[in-house]
Design a protein around this ligand. Structure first.
Ligand SMILES: C[S@@+](CC[C@H](N)C(=O)[O-])C[C@H]1O[C@@H](n2cnc3c(N)ncnc32)[C@H](O)[C@@H]1O
Length: 494
C-alpha cells in the first residue's frame, strides 16, 4: 500500500487553518429517508458502508452550505451523537471531505466561482486520480492483466466499475424511442444493407455481459438469424459465460473464445461482421517519449515495434511531440487483424470514446486506466489498409432523442447503493423521470437530490465523445437487387 493510500484512510485532523475553512456539501447529494428519524447518504467509495444519520446528523449535513466555518460546525455539532451508530458530529467532520467519502468540500472559497459544475467536476477528477495513486508505475500491459485477473465480480462490474453507454441503454428506454441499444444497432445494420445477404459469421469483441446479442435478436427474425454463427471473443473469461447464456437464450447459434483482440484466433477471410463496443480504449497503449519519437529509436523492443508500425503505416503524427505521447498501438494491431480476418465485403462497427486531434489522455477508472482513442489515427490506418470507412458521433448513428431528460448517472449509482443497503436491487440505467417512478414506485418520494440532464448534455455521459467507425472491406459480391424482410424477398424495379 502506498503512503498516500494509507493517508487516504486517515481521518482529517481538525486543527490549524482548517478550522477557519468553510464546508460545502456536494451539490445534488442524493439523500434517502430510511425512517422518520433516519437518513442515509452514499460515500463515493463502494467499500465504505452507507452513512446513516439521525436528525442531528441530517442538520449537520444541511448546515454545510458554505456559511459556517469548520470551527463553528464543530462547536454546534462536534460533541453530539449524529448517527444511529453513535458517531459524533466531529467523527463525521473528520471524514466527509476525504476523497473516499466525497460528501463535502472544505475550503476558503466555494468550489463554484462563475461555473459551478466545472469546479465540482475538477474536484471529482481529483477523486478519480486518487483511485490511481500507482498510475506512474502502471505498465503498458496492465490492461491485459486487469482483464485476466482484475475482474472478479462480473455482474456488478458494469454497474460499479465501468458503466458503458450500451449498458446504460441495454433495455428498451425512452431515450431511444422505446428501443434498446442492441435493437437500434440491428436496425442500423439492416438499413446499411448488412443483412442482405446476411452475415454467416459474426464476431462480437469484448461483449461484456452479452446484452447486445440478446437485444439484436429481438429485432431480427428467426429466419434472419438462421445459419448465422455468433462468436464472442473476450479477454475476460468470466464474461464469456454470461455472453453465451444470454445469446443462446435469445436464439443465436453462439460460441465463445477467450482471446485478445489484438491477435484474433480466426483464419484469414473467415468473418463477415465484427462488432466492437467500447473496447478499443482497453487495448494496449504505447507510451513513447519525445526522444524516441524524434530519433525513431525505441527504448524497448515493444516501443521499437510501435515506432516501426507508425512508419510502415505512414502515420503523420503532430510534431513537436510532447514529452510523453500515448499511441493506440493495440487498437492499430486490432485494425490490421480485422483486415486479415474479414472476408471481401466484410464489415465492422467499432464504437468507443475518443478524440479527433491531439494525443490521447489516460482516463482513470477504478482499478485500471483506459486511453482515449485517437480516431484520426485509426481512420488513417483503416484507409491505409484499404477499408472504406465512415465515421460519425454515436448519437448521430443512433438518432438519439435529444430532448429526453435522464437521471444523472451519479444519482443512479447512489440509489443503487442506498437500495442495496435496504436489501433491494436497483439497476443502473438511463432513466427518465417516469421510468424511475415506474421502477421505484412509492420509494421515489423518499429520495431528495435527484437531478436530470438532457441526454446529450456533456454533463450526463459525454455521449458526443463516443464515436462510431464503420468499416467495409471492398471486394464483396455485388449487392443483390432484393432486400429480405420477415422471410420475404423484395425485388427492386431496376
Ligand atoms: C468496457 S467493456 C465493454 C463491454 C460491452 N461491449 C459494453 O459496451 O458494455 C470492454 C470489454 O472488452 C473486453 N476486452 C478488453 N480488452 C480486450 C482485448 N484486448 N481483447 C478482447 N477483449 C477485451 C473486456 O473484457 C470487456 O468485455
Amino acid at each position: 500500500m502506498t503512503s498516500s493510500r494509507v493517508a487516504s484512510f486517515q481521518p482529517l485532523a481538525l486543527e490549524g487553518e482548517i478550522l477557519q475553512q468553510r464546508a460545502w456539501r456536494m451539490p445534488d447529494l442524493v439523500v434517502y429517508q430510511h425512517g422518520p428519524d433516519e437518513w442515509w447518504v452514499a460515500p463515493l467509495d463502494e467499500d465504505l458502508p452507507v452513512v446513516r444519520l439521525n436528525r442531528m446528523g441530517a442538520s449537520l449535513l444541511g448546515a454545510m452550505d458554505g456559511r459556517l466555518s469548520i470551527q463553528a460546525l464543530l462547536n454546534q455539532f462536534g460533541k453530539w451523537i449524529c448517527g444511529p451508530n453513535q458517531e459524533t458530529g466531529r467523527w463525521f467532520l473528520e471524514r466527509w471531505s476525504l476523497p473516499r467519502y466525497s460528501l463535502c468540500y472544505f475550503g476558503t472559497d466555494p468550489p463554484s466561482g462563475h461555473n459551478v459544475n466545472a469546479k465540482w467536476d475538477l474536484l471529482l477528477q481529483k477523486v478519480r486520480e486518487h483511485w490511481h495513486e500507482n498510475v506512474t508505475v502502471e505498465s503498458e500491459t496492465h490492461l491485459t492483466a486487469f482483464h485476466h485477473q482484475g475482474i472478479q465480480h462480473h455482474h456488478g462490474h458494469f454497474e460499479i466499475v465501468e458503466t458503458t453507454v450500451s449498458h446504460l441503454l441495454r433495455e428498451p428506454c425512452e431515450a431511444l424511442n422505446g428501443f434498446s441499444y442492441g435493437q437500434l444497432l440491428a436496425k442500423t445494420f439492416r438499413q446499411l444493407g448488412w443483412w442482405s445477404p446476411k452475415p454467416r459469421r459474426i464476431v462480437e469483441v469484448g461483449a461484456g455481459l452479452g446484452y447486445l446479442s440478446q437485444e439484436m435478436a429481438k429485432e431480427l427474425s428467426p429466419l434472419e438469424r438462421r445459419g448465422v454463427e455468433y462468436f464472442f471473443l473476450d479477454l475476460t473469461r468470466p464474461f464469456l459465460h454470461s455472453q453465451l447464456t444470454l445469446a443462446a437464450h435469445a436464439g443465436w447459434d453462439a460460441r465463445a473464445v477467450n482471446a485478445n483482440a489484438e491477435r484474433l484466433p480466426f483464419a484469414d477471410a473467415t468473418v463477415d461482421l465484427v462488432i466492437d463496443n467500447e473496447n478499443l480504449a482497453d487495448m494496449t497503449p504505447t507510451r513513447l517519449s519525445k526522444e524516441e519519437l524524434d530519433a525513431r529509436v525505441g527504448k524497448t523492443p515493444e516501443h521499437q515495434q510501435c515506432l516501426d508500425l507508425i512508419h510502415t503505416l505512414r502515420l503523420n503524427l503532430d510534431a513537436p511531440y510532447p514529452d510523453d505521447a500515448i499511441v493506440n498501438s493495440g487498437a492499430m494491431h486490432f485494425l490490421m487483424e480485422l483486415w486479415r480476418v474479414l472476408r471481401p465485403g466484410g464489415r465492422a462497427l467499432l464504437v468507443e470514446f475518443g478524440i479527433d486531434a491531439g494525443w490521447p489522455d489516460p482516463v482513470r477508472l477504478p482499478g485500471h486506466t483506459e486511453y482515449e482513442v485517437q480516431f484520426s489515427h485509426l481512420r488513417h490506418v483503416a484507409q491505409w489498409l484499404g477499408f472504406r470507412e465512415q465515421y460519425c458521433a454515436l448519437p448521430q448513428l443512433l438518432s438519439i432523442r435529444r430532448d429526453t431528460q435522464v437521471l444523472c448517472t451519479g444519482a443512479a449509482y447512489a440509489i443503487r447503493r442506498l437500495q442495496e443497503a435496504e436489501g433491494k436491487t436497483f439497476a443502473v440505467r438511463a432513466y427518465t423521470e417516469s421510468e424511475l417512478q415506474r421502477t421505484l414506485g412509492e420509494t421515489l418520494a423518499r429520495f431528495t437530490g435527484l437531478h436530470y440532464h438532457h441526454v446529450l448534455d456533456p454533463a450526463w455521459f459525454g455521449l458526443w465523445d463516443f464515436k462510431a467507425l464503420i468499416l467495409e472491406k471492398p471486394g464483396g459480391m455485388p449487392r443483390p437487387a432484393y432486400k429480405e424482410s420477415q422471410g420475404f424477398r423484395w425485388y427492386s424495379q431496376r
